[in-house]
Each structure stands twice: as C-alpha cells, then as structure tokens.
Design a protein around this ligand. Structure first.
Ligand SMILES: Cc1cc2nc3c(=O)[nH]c(=O)nc-3n(C[C@H](O)[C@H](O)[C@H](O)COP(=O)(O)OP(=O)(O)OC[C@H]3O[C@@H](n4cnc5c(N)ncnc54)[C@H](O)[C@@H]3O)c2cc1C
Length: 467
C-alpha cells in the first residue's frame, strides 16, 4: 500500500469514479474508497438503474394491455412482482460484474471497500472492511463524492414508511407490492414511482405539499403529466402530511391538512412510500468541520470547477447539491479530472442549467435549460414555440399522440435557452435538446439539422424551422 496518492476519491458513484479512472489512466496514483465495494453508488444500487428496470417492465405490461391497437391479441399474460424483481436484480448484477472487471483492469488505481474520513487537508483515514484494518494516507488532491440520502420529515410515523430502498435496492427489494399505496412527494422520484406502480396494478395516491407536482418544471409540462397521470393516479396537492398511524386493519392512516384552508385530510392505504426529497450525504465522521470545509444543508460549497474552499479538495455529484442527477455527477467528476490534469489550461466548467432532466413517467417528460419563469426571474425576455408530439409520423405509428415540445428562445440573443416537453420518446429527445442548449444554437441552426425519419427527433428540426 502506498503512503501518498495523487488523488483520493471518497465515494465511487457517478461523482467519484470517472475522475478516479481518468486520473489513474494518466499514470498518476489514485485511491478510491466506497462502502458498497463496487462502482455505481446509489444510482446502481437503489436509484436510476433499478428504478428504470422496473419502469421498463411496467411500460411493457401497459403495452401488452394495448396490443389491440396494433391488431393483435395477447392471452395468459401475468405481471409477477417477484419475477420483475429478479429481472431488476439481474440487470444490477450484470452491471456490478462489468464494473468489477473495470476496477480489476485499471492500472494505478487502488480500490477499497470501506469508509474514508478526512483527517486534515491532505490526510485521509481509511477503514478497509475486507482486510479489517485501518490506515492513514496522504494525498495531493482529494475528491469528496459521498452522494446523497433520502430526506426524512419529523412527523410521527415517518419511520414506518418505505422509500426507494424498499422498491429498488439490489437483492433487498420488498418481496411483494401492496394493493394500494400513498406516495408522499410529487417530485420526479414520486411521480415515476406512482406511474410504474399504477401500471403494475397498484392503486396509488400521490400527496404533494406544493400547489402542483414536479415543482420548478415548465408549467405546461406539469399540467400535461398531471392530466395524463391523474387518469390512473389520485394526485392531491397543497396538503401537508402531519402523521402516519397504523390502524387495526393492517393499514396506515395518513393525516394532513390543506395549506389553503387548514382543513384536515385523511388517506388510507396498505403502505406509505416516502419520496420527499434527497439531501447531500455529509456524515459527522467525514470531519468536514475539523478540516474547515464550507458546507450548508444544500451541500458542500463548490465552484464551477468543483473546488471547495480548500482548492485541492474537490466536491462532485449530489454532495454539492448543484444538480442531483447521475449524468450531472459524471460531468462534474470529469471536470475534476481535467482540473487536476490540466490545471489553469482547463477551460471547462459545470453549468447546471445545461443538464438534461428526464421524468420517466408515462407520459415521459424532458427539461433542459430555462423555463419562461426561470428566464423572467433572471430578467431574460423569451419567446416560446410549441409543436404537438402527435403531429409526427413516429408518434402516430406508436399510437402515442399526447404531449408537446417547446423551444424557449432568448429575445436578445436569438439562442435556444430551454427545451421542455412531454410525450413519446421525450427522454431520448432530451439528449438532442441538451446539445442545442449547451451549444447555444439558434432555431435557424437547429433547423439545418436533419433527424432521421420516422423518429420523434424530427419534431425538433421541424419545430426549429417553423420559428
Ligand atoms: C429512486 C431514484 C431514481 C433515480 N433516477 C435517476 C435517473 O433516472 N437519472 C439520473 O440521472 N439520476 C437518477 N437518480 C439520482 C442519482 O442516483 C444520483 O444523482 C447519483 O447517484 C449521484 O451520484 P453521486 O456519485 O453523487 O452519489 P452516489 O451515487 O450516492 O454515490 C456516493 C457513494 O459514496 C459512498 N460513500 C458515502 N460516504 C462514504 C465514505 N465516508 N466512505 C466511503 N464511501 C462513502 C456511498 O456508499 C455511495 O456508494 C435517482 C435517484 C433515486 C433515489
């Protein structure tokens, strides 16, 4: 074991491992420590990958119910949760196996399953769980990428709720789904969970404290998702939950009050799922105070190149609260690697506004860049141009006509500063939308692209040309 490393990475999720691999590949010595003993962090263990696996199963189940549209009949099909769970665990196992090979094949990289604690600005103590030993090493650079954890709310009975761990954790998902469930929180995790569970036959109620679900997203997007999802999920907004109590009938009584008139509200379900948000993971034994690293409840304070107030200590991913998405974490981690390798010559930085956000509900949503409201808050005058998803050949072939896509264009620069939409393939469209916003394209420039026919991507170049 080395005594000194060029880089120590704490946490091997999207915020940690891209930097570790990139810096190690350049010939520098890297130590990476993660409690899970593999790459992928929460995204792979109980987040993006397993949730989208279950979501994929739920969409296929929904499609089977709709095969009549394509002139077919399906008989004898059954959705069996335990088998869906096995399929999900299998996807996770496959990725863990792939990552193990990547770790084994990486030169200059030492990986340890265990916990890391900062000692001072250049020393890290490591508890190695496999060798049952502890040691302290020094580093020229340290990357903190400890991610985030599910938020708790201080109300009676909250400790009896499920969270995403119960739905998606690798080999630790609940063995059965309830007949009915109340989901606390209408953010993207609550909405995606509501959509997939209701497609799998669970009766779902979503309770959101804000006046609408998907707070902060484009108003038309929110309306379109709420209207469509509202046909199969009960969506209650403007209600604050005060207590959760089990009753004698093996159910939970969820009590709350309306924020509009204070009136009491009550809901009954076999289970309650909490999806009330995530908070950066800043455990006491990370020793941020001891080392003097600035942080708040929103995360470790980091600049656009991920430097904390101690410049050779970086914070990337959910832990800095700038954009709590896997691909954002990866991008931040890449920036850390470039900063270490190129120093002042590096001309890249992280811009949360450019990051694509997807809502994997049915229908899907996409958001990149500013909405009209975000722009107004920054004093930017914009115009919006919208096209119906159902006007494209692909939407008609797929039989999914609902939704829209809109370009938000700055009046002064003429550039596309936002793209928002709902409907068929919206999550895939977010990649092209990201390019348009990141590259600061004008509609004329986007309109010169030729996207293949028949795909839903055609909506982007057609809409751009129509502006
Ligand atoms: C249900 C759900 C669905 C999601 N779906 C999506 C999606 O579809 N798309 C998307 O982009 N994002 C999604 N996310 C968000 C995504 O999971 C996170 O943004 C992403 O995992 C952040 O990566 P990270 O590296 O910052 O943190 P994490 O993935 O949380 O990784 C941090 C790692 O650090 C380890 N660690 C913490 N402290 C220590 C320590 N002291 N020593 C050693 N190791 C430590 C942890 O064990 C963990 O493995 C979802 C999240 C959830 C919960």
């Amino acid at each position: 074991m080395e005594n000194h490393y060029d880089l120590i990475v704490i946490g091997a999720g999207g915020g940690g491992y891209p930097a570790a691999f990139r810096v190690a590949k350049s010939g520098r010595k890297v130590l990476m420590v993660d409690e899970k003993g593999n790459l992928g962090g929460n995204c792979l263990y109980e987040g993006c990958v397993p949730s989208k696996s279950v979501r994929e199963a739920s969409v296929i189940w929904h499609q089977i119910a709709g095969v009549g549209f394509f002139g077919m009949e399906a008989q004898g099909t059954q959705a069996d949760w335990s088998k869906i769970r096995d399929y999900k665990d299998g996807v996770q196992a496959r990725r863990y196996e792939q990552h193990s090979k990547e770790i084994a094949g990486a030169a200059n990289l030492t990986f340890i399953r265990g916990q890391a604690h900062l000692q001072d600005a250049s020393h890290v103590a490591v508890d190695d769980w496999d060798r049952q030993s502890s040691f302290t090493v020094s580093a020229s650079n340290i990357l903190i990428a400890t991610g985030s954890e599910a938020e708790n709310i201080p109300i009676p009975g909250f400790d009896q709720t499920w969270n995403h761990h119960d739905l998606f954790a690798w080999k630790d998902t609940q063995p059965a789904m309830p007949e009915d469930i109340v989901i606390l929180g209408g953010g993207y995790i609550g909405v995606e969970s509501a959509s997939m569970l209701s497609d799998l036959g669970v009766k779902v109620t979503v309770i959101e404290m804000a006046p609408a679900i998907l707070t902060g997203m484009d108003q038309d997007l929110v309306r379109a998702v709420a209207d469509s999802l509202g046909k199969r999920v009960k969506i209650v907004t403007g209600v604050q939950v005060d207590a959760i109590t089990p009753n004698s009938g093996h159910q939970y009584v969820v009590k709350g009050h309306s924020l509009a008139d204070g009136g009491s509200e009550e809901f009954l379900a076999s289970r309650v799922l909490a999806a009330v948000g995530r908070q950066p993971s800043l455990p006491k034994n990370l020793n941020l105070d001891q080392v003097g690293i600035e942080y708040s409840r929103h995360g470790i304070v980091a600049d656009r190149r991920m430097h904390t107030n101690i410049p050779h200590i970086y914070a990337a991913g959910d832990v800095n609260g700038q954009s709590m998405l896997f691909h954002s974490a990866v991008r931040m981690s890449e920036i850390v690697a470039q900063d270490i390798l190129l120093g002042e010559a590096m001309d890249d930085f992280f811009n949360p506004w450019e990051m694509p956000t997807t809502v994997f509900s049915r229908p899907e949503g996409l958001a990149v860049g500013m909405t009209r409201e975000h722009a107004a808050a920054r004093g930017i005058a914009v115009t919006e141009h919208t096209r119906d998803m159902g006007s494209e050949a692909w939407a008609q072939i797929a039989g999914e006509l609902e939704g829209f896509i809109k370009l938000v264009i700055s009046r002064s620069s003429g550039r596309i500063v936002g793209v928002h939409g709902v409907g068929v393939d919206a999550s895939a469209l977010s990649a092209a939308a990201h390019m348009a916003v990141r590259m600061g394209l004008t509609p004329a420039e986007l309109g010169r692209m030729t996207f293949p026919h028949p795909t839903q991507f055609e909506i982007l170049d057609r809409l751009a040309r129509s502006v």
